[in-house]
Design a protein around this ligand. Structure first.
Ligand code: HEM
Length: 392
């Protein structure tokens, strides 16, 4: 009698990741060379380490399905809808995220970031996630989608809940958020507005594929999917400035280096990301036979250290070009928030280097991370020196 494999969670894969980044990179590169596809029979799961294989899985949704990645009881979203439903659903919201539209919001974003940094100009202190990352996303999500967000603390709690479920460090518990979005949907049925939910409701009248549950979950996904990773991106950036004050000064002297710095932080510091798929049918990947329904976990973070695509991959280099990292995924499920992350990240750093002449870790308040996951920063306090002349 064969035993049924355990339902895997992402958390089960984390123990292989060393807390030491050099050891982590060495492990990725060792796996790429010696065991580019590793089968874990206890979970009926394949892990994929090489850039080409990772890219192949992400770009072939006909062979590798996304629908089973709801293994942690996350509500349905279009990021977990298989083709052809995915194209249909993503089409509704893609317009809001077009790079041209987002770039046009840069001056508004700059004013918002200045307002959030103003108290730190007075106090000389900032908690990066609670006072910058999540408040930025609360405002952006509220404005872009016209959703009512009841305060930044609750907003952060939902975001942490959803992202925590996705990476396997929290259990399902999202009924309250779903109820809150259902209320907003009911309001718009009676009183349509110029916002995403009302547009989706209007579209539903013409196409019954857009069930109400789907509308609620799409909005929920948009409101929560990117908040934790965007806040982490800021935390990783500030941590780099604390460790390497010269990096901050380099960006102050030449802010045109900011976009390249952000791409390199995305490549280097999300070195724990992996993306989940399931084989739709028996197939072959990198010379290995994969059976239908087996889990396929691609380590996009490992691909980001594949020497074939990133010469001297273990060197952090803000001038690296090209930098084809896979931190946003690839193919049709590529992060919808990508243009937003690039513009917001750039604007935050531009305003930061214009407003402050120096920053360092706050010696009185050490960084806090999740116990099970050191890469998941919970709070990061810094001390800042305001510039004598603020650059506009
Ligand atoms: C540093 C920040 C971010 C990172 C690293 C990131 C990463 C990712 C990745 C890797 C995927 C693909 C998942 C897969 O293929 O299974 C994804 C999808 C997605 N992301 Fe992001 N994300 C970020 C920020 C955001 C933001 C700010 C938003 C929205 C406001 C967002 C919204 C989405 C959505 C809606 C999807 C699903 C897209 C689809 O399936 O068509 N993300 N993200």
């Amino acid at each position: 009698m064969t035993s049924t494999p355990a339902k895997p969670t992402r958390e089960l894969l984390f123990p292989d990741l060393s807390d030491d980044i050099d050891a982590r990179i060495a492990w990725f590169q060792h796996m790429q060379k010696n065991q580019p596809l590793r089968f874990r029979p206890e979970y009926n799961l394949w892990e994929v380490f090489r850039y080409e294989d990772v890219q192949y899985v992400l770009k072939n949704p006909e062979e590798f399905s996304v629908s089973n990645k709801t293994h942690l009881g996350l509500p349905f979203s279009f990021g977990r809808a298989d083709i052809p439903d995915h194209r249909f659903l993503r089409g509704f919201v893609a317009r809001s995220f077009q790079p041209g539209n987002i770039e046009g919001l840069a001056p508004e974003f700059a004013a918002m970031v200045d307002a959030l940094l103003a108290p730190a100009r007075e106090s000389g202190r900032l908690e990066v996630l609670g006072e910058l990352g999540y408040p930025i996303m609360e405002r952006v999500v509220g404005q872009m989608f016209g959703l009512r967000i009841p305060g930044v603390n609750l907003f952060r709690e939902w975001s942490d809940q959803m992202f925590g479920q996705l990476i396997g460090v929290r259990s399902p518990d999202h009924a309250d958020v779903v109820d809150l979005f259902r209320e907003q949907l009911d309001e718009r049925k009676l009183d349509p507005r110029d916002d995403l939910m009302s547009a989706l409701l209007a579209a539903r009248r013409k196409d019954d594929r857009l069930a109400e549950e789907k509308i609620i979950h799409m909005c929920l996904d948009l409101a929560t999917a990117g908040n934790a990773p965007l806040s982490l991106l800021l935390a990783y950036t500030f941590q780099r400035f604390c460790r390497d004050p010269e990096l901050f000064q380099t960006l102050r002297r030449d802010p045109s280096l900011i976009p390249g710095a952000i791409e390199e932080i995305l490549r280097f510091d999300f070195s724990w990301f992996n993306l989940w798929r399931t084989a739709r049918h028996d197939t072959v990947l990198g010379g290995q036979e994969i059976k239908a329904d087996q889990y396929v976990v691609v380590w996009d973070s490992s691909a980001n250290f594949d020497e074939k695509h990133f010469p001297q991959a273990d060197r952090f280099d803000i001038r690296r070009s090209p930098n084809p990292h896979l931190t946003f995924g690839q193919g049709m499920y590529i992060c919808l928030g990508l243009p937003l992350v690039r513009v917001l990240g750039r604007v935050v750093l531009e305003r930061l280097v214009a407003t402050f002449s120096d920053l360092a870790a706050d010696p009185d308040r050490p960084v806090r991370t999740l116990e099970q996951m050191k890469d998941y920063v919970v709070s990061l306090d810094v001390v800042l020196t305001p510039s004598k002349t603020a650059v506009s």
